[in-house]
Design a protein around this ligand. Structure first.
Ligand code: KIV
Ligand code: ZN
Length: 510
């Protein structure tokens, strides 16, 4: 390959595009911007910020991310477009504000997609793909082309499409396993075949994109890397369509921890210490928490790298081993993903300066106003809780990051429930113009009763479809993460917030 970037892995993050396609994971523009800023701190090379033609909200998010995050030193900002002029124009406009803009255009190549979805022939694809790549090229230099469902496409046809897309100016060709169907050796073989059979392949970076329907996405990507793929399209926590995408944190840590194994595939000696990606691994945990908080998609405790149990040792034999020497049962250091051993640092006597300094150490730089608000929350918590851990601090800050303008304020809530009583709630809300309104309702449980009572006051038809609580810090006085999903017409609204578990417990016991 003759492209300089090929001597390492390019991390293309699609959390804000494919990740946001996870059922129920809608993010507003401000939330997308918050995540994009964190992705830039994490060190991703490319942010696929959205699908601009899909909705005005997506267009706005991509434009804002391009303006605010797509700086000269920042990542490339990419917008997705189907292989149509309208889509490409919209993506071009949205990414035009970035110092390094990219258009990613795609067209399916599998017979099943051509026949049933697109109603097009192979001949049509051979004509449209290069035409649309060339059209995208009139707006930006950096054009990525994806033959959708490549994993189930006829390789001989795929080679022809790719050759034409590269000839038309595609600088990255991305090979999607759209339905998560391939196995690692098949996917590696597909990349090998492309390298051997597409005559102009050395003019483009080979990228891979894959879904986790069979739980094989990360394994497939690592096999693709061994066969020449140099860009990996992935999402934080592996969120995305259906079973999700390949998880960024798993790929990055696999390449980091098993560097000696992968180095030779990059023409390096096995012992080379040079990183294979530009990711600051110490930002991984924080990014995972942020994405989980803002999307409301909880991370399973046994999730590799960022799950709550990923570094926890329960068995006596393991604990004994780890105490004697960490490497007995740990292949990586918790600090390498940004978890600190030093989790108890602040208490109720700590001042603003210590608070600010600790937040800075954790990678949070808050504006004065945000800091003041976060400090008040910290003081409230420190009054109730002897030790405030880094996880508590992070929970407080992330909650601040998602403050939204308050329209109705909850002034009062009262619930009664019991084994023979019907759960009943009374709520008082203050309206945006200062009026106090009170109503009461019966529900299937205390939380349902509260929401029914709120509905009677606000008179906006909606249904509570999910209420979940997950403890994010340890102990009886831990912080809990609450996720609420409401449905209004056919739209789902979601909010995540942090409150002390003890106050929820009181509510549940009422
Ligand atoms: O899964 C897929 O094929 C995609 C393409 C748009 C790259 O997301
Ligand atoms: Zn996808």
């Amino acid at each position: 390959m003759n492209t300089p970037a090929c001597d390492r892995i390019i991390i293309f993050d699609t959390t804000l595009r494919d990740g946001e396609q996870s059922p129920g994971a809608t993010l507003n523009v401000e939330e997308k911007l918050t995540i994009a800023k964190q992705l830039a701190r994490l060190g991703v090379d490319v942010i696929e910020a959205g699908f601009p033609f899909a909705s005005p909200g997506d267009f706005e998010a991509v434009s804002k991310i391009a303006q605010q995050v797509g700086t000269e030193e920042g990542p490339t900002i990419c917008g997705l477009a189907r292989a149509t002029k309208q889509d490409i124009e919209s993506a071009a406009k949205a990414v035009s504000f970035a110092a390094k803009p990219r258009i990613h255009t795609f067209l399916a190549t599998s017979d099943i997609h051509l026949e049933y979805k697109l109603k097009k022939t192979r001949q049509d694809v051979l004509q449209i793909a290069p035409e649309m790549v060339a059209y995208a090229k009139t707006f930006v230099n950096d054009v990525e082309f994806s033959p959708e469902d490549a994993g189930r496409s006829d390789p001989e046809f795929l080679y022809q499409v790719l050759e034409r897309a590269i000839a038309a100016g595609a600088t990255t060709i991305n090979i999607p396993d759209t339905v998560g169907y391939t196995t690692p050796s098949e996917f590696g073989g597909l990349i090998k075949g492309i390298k051997e059979n597409v005559p102009n392949i050395d003019q483009a970076i080979i990228s891979v994109h894959g879904h986790n329907d069979l739980g094989l996405a990360v394994a497939n990507f690592l096999e693709a890397v061994k066969n020449g793929a140099r860009q990996l399209e992935c999402t934080i926590n592996g969120i995305g369509e259906r079973a999700g995408n390949a998880a960024l944190e798993e790929l990055v840590m696999a390449l980091h921890v098993r560097r000696q194994y992968f180095n030779p595939f990059f023409g390096r000696p096995p012992e080379s210490e040079a990183p294979l990606t530009q990711i600051d691994t110490r930002q991984l945990y924080k990014t995972s928490r942020l994405v989980s908080n803002l999307t409301g998609m909880l991370v399973q405790p046994n999730k590799a790298i960022v799950g709550a149990n990923a570094f926890a040792h329960e068995s006596g034999i393991h604990q004994d081993g780890v105490l004697k020497h960490k490497l007995t049962y740990e292949i990586m250091d918790a600090q390498s993903i940004g978890l600190t051993d030093n989790q108890i640092v602040l208490g109720k006597h700590s001042g603003r300066n210590a608070f600010r300094t600790r937040l800075k150490e954790l990678g949070f730089e808050l504006a004065d106003q945000e800091l003041n608000r976060a400090f008040l929350r910290f003081k409230e918590l420190a009054d109730k809780k002897k030790d405030v851990s880094d996880w508590d601090l992070e929970a407080i800050v992330n909650d601040e990051a998602q403050q939204v303008p308050e329209l109705f304020r909850l002034e009062h809530v009262q619930v009664s429930s019991g084994d023979h009583a019907r759960p009943t709630a009374t709520v008082t809300l203050r309206t945006p113009d200062g009026q106090e309104l009170t109503d009461a309702a019966i529900g299937t449980g205390p939380v349902d009763a509260i929401y029914k009572a709120i509905n009677r006051v606000v008179d906006i038809p909606n249904q509570l479809i999910e209420f979940s609580v997950q403890s994010v810090t340890a102990g009886i006085d831990a912080i809990g993460e609450v996720t609420i999903r409401l449905q209004h017409d056919d739209r789902i609204f979601q909010v995540t917030g942090q409150i002390p578990i003890s106050s929820l417990r009181r509510l549940m016991l009422m």
